[in-house]
Design a protein around this ligand. Structure first.
Ligand SMILES: [Zn+2]
Length: 272
């Protein structure tokens, strides 16, 4: 049986309301200037809203990658997190805090989305983002997969157990920020879709389980991502039998009380 290379869970993504702090080695350079900075950086400050690289944390200090870095919203919180970042994962420090929700509300109001009515209709609650996430390996497209440390460990064990039974599980998507979900809505609105049309397919920003870092979409090779056909795969059959033993449960089975479409690919870590 092949086995999986161990994932270095010690790589952490520090999260603040406006800015993420990435391990530089997991980012792709977008030009020569970036490449030089990234090759020497320990961490890179990345704007959540559009993914822009704002600054590189070099041994000799912070190198701005945008003009007017000092005016960047949320910079102060990001610099505080930069000071605190080395504490994550050291000496078993695993406490995960939650970010405040006020900024989300401002941007959601801008979309004309009635969060109260949505919460009442779906029975879904607001989900805060964790203040840091662990690197949980790569997804199907070789993008870094971020999960809360407990979920990252459980996912690693789940994949190994599946592989021992000849089943390959792939991550399709793990942690997603409020900004990511807001971006989906803003782009679809710009294309002329109504809010209700978008809500039929996407959870309202702030209400997706993916914000928690505990949920992930699972796939298997040669299957399209996030399709109901996943239900007919050997991978899904394996998950039905074994995922519970690793602390994972399907969040949206058929006829779930939230009125969310059946999602056999979406699983949530609920604790061992
Ligand atoms: Zn999902």
């Amino acid at each position: 049986m092949p086995h999986l290379p161990p994932v270095p869970l010690k790589l952490a993504l520090a999260n603040t309301p406006e800015i993420e702090l990435w391990p530089a080695g997991l980012l792709r350079a977008r030009g020569n200037h970036d490449a030089r900075a990234l090759s020497r950086a320990r961490r890179v400050l990345r704007r959540k809203r559009d993914g822009a690289y704002l600054a590189a944390d070099l041994p000799e200090g912070l190198l701005p990658l945008v003009p007017q870095l000092r005016r960047e919203p949320g910079l102060e919180a990001a610099l505080d997190a930069l000071d605190a970042a080395p504490l994550h994962l050291r000496n078993g420090v695993e406490h995960v805090g939650a970010l405040p929700l006020h900024r989300l509300q401002e941007r959601r109001d801008g979309l004309g989305l009635d969060a109260g009515a949505y919460a009442e209709r779906t029975g879904l609650a607001l989900v805060a983002e964790p203040d840091w996430l662990a690197f949980a390996g790569f997804d199907r497209w070789r993008r870094p997969l971020w999960l809360r440390i407990d979920a990252a460990r459980a996912w690693q064990h789940l994949r190994e157990a599946a592989l021992a039974d000849g089943i390959v599980l792939e991550a399709i998507s793990g942690y997603r920020s409020h900004d990511y979900q807001l971006g989906i809505f803003e782009r679809k609105r710009a294309r002329g879709l109504e809010i209700e049309e978008i809500l039929a397919v996407n959870a309202a920003p702030g209400f997706s389980e993916h914000h928690s870092g505990l949920a992930l979409d699972i796939g298997t090779p040669d299957e399209p991502p996030a399709e109901a056909s996943f239900e007919a795969t050997a991978a899904f059959a394996w998950l039905r039998t074994h995922a519970g033993g690793h602390g994972f449960a399907m969040s949206y089975p058929r006829d779930n009380p939230h009125g969310i479409v059946y999602e056999p690919w979406h699983w949530r870590f609920a604790g061992a």
